[in-house]
Design a protein around this ligand. Structure first.
Ligand SMILES: [Mn+2]
Length: 324
């Protein structure tokens, strides 16, 4: 423990490496990364998108980024499990802070989020974004598609979010992936939705693995289906925390019973290494309905493990202690 050079969120000089710090104090950057907007040499930029005015049920996900950062600090105290490496020995990762949004000017929100992402993606780096409600994925996807073209979407969610908007402005967290299809920024033939358990009359071209299917067939079968669907296409990962059962993620806006357990989600995230991933978001953490940080810890761990997978893609080698 380095008592003199704590707190690394603002004292850190190198963007790589990690120091063990107090898990219960200090500035709440994600995983104790340096807060920085200097993106030189940065591989992955973490930022928050604190917007929740497109919900249909409970608001509160604007506090998601803060909760996820808070819950992440303990994960920074040891090398990563079950990987056995520190992802920051391989990847340069900074916490960019949050996208500045004018909550009183809703007509500006989508464009502001896209501009935020566009500015980051202009550098040679990828994004890990924390919602916010799930609407934020649409403006994020627009910026990613500008850079990469039409994307394979790998969506973990209780809901399809492809309900028809009946001609209304698609300013809803339940319609934006149908809107993304209409805009051509998602290639549905390479996209897959995992964990769904709410009715929609159409799959709108997506492959769907419902929660009951996941429970019956297991995580290995889910990963095989993802690999087959996505292939080597450029993929964007979107994880709505309500993919998890309310027992594992009560702190969310639209909970649905019968969902995935935390361990299932982590098995799936840890298995994504073969994919060609260009970015990820994690949305819908609403801490006002959380208990004992259950939801925020699950979310922070999912995001942390995705960074480990990206480190593995960049050359980090998994170690084995015990039966993994
Ligand atoms: Mn969703």
């Amino acid at each position: 423990m380095d008592y003199v050079n704590s707190d690394q969120a603002f004292l850190k000089k190198d963007i790589k490496g990690a120091k063990h710090e107090m898990t219960y104090a200090g500035a709440l950057s994600f995983l104790r990364r340096k807060y920085s907007r200097d993106l030189k040499g940065v591989d992955i930029v973490v930022s928050g998108i604190p917007f929740d005015s497109a919900v249909t049920n409970r608001p509160g996900a604007r506090f998601g980024p803060r909760a996820i950062r808070g819950a992440s600090t303990e994960l920074a105290s040891l090398d990563a499990f079950p990987f056995g490496f520190n992802p920051f020995d391989t990847l340069g990762v900074v916490d960019y802070g949050d996208c500045a949004l004018d909550s009183h000017a809703p007509e500006t929100i989508a464009a502001t989020i896209t501009e935020h992402a566009r500015g980051i993606l202009a550098h040679d780096c990828k994004m890990l974004s924390f919602g916010g409600d799930h609407f934020v994925s649409l403006p994020l996807l627009r910026a990613h598609a500008e850079k990469h073209g039409s994307l394979a979407l790998v969506q973990f969610d209780a809901h399809s979010d492809t309900w028809a908007d009946e001609g209304r402005t698609p300013f809803s967290h339940g319609v934006m992936f149908l809107q993304a299809v209409k805009e051509g920024i998602i290639d549905t033939s390479k996209s897959i939705q995992v964990g769904l358990r709410s009715w929609n009359d159409s799959a709108h071209g997506f492959e769907i693995l419902t929660s009951p299917w996941v429970h019956r067939h297991g995580t290995a079968a889910v990963l095989e289906a993802i690999y087959e669907r996505v292939g080597d296409a450029k993929a964007y990962i979107t994880f709505d925390i309500d993919c998890l059962d309310p027992a594992f993620a009560p702190g969310t806006g639209t909970p649905v019973s019968g969902g995935l357990a935390s361990w299932q989600a982590l098995e799936l995230i840890r298995g994504l290494t073969p994919l060609n991933m260009v970015g990820m978001d994690l949305v819908e953490v609403a801490p006002a309905y959380d208990h004992a940080e259950t939801t925020a810890i699950a979310a922070a761990t999912i995001a942390h493990d995705w960074l480990c997978v990206m480190a593995e893609k960049a050359g980090a080698k998994r170690q084995v202690v015990g039966r993994i």
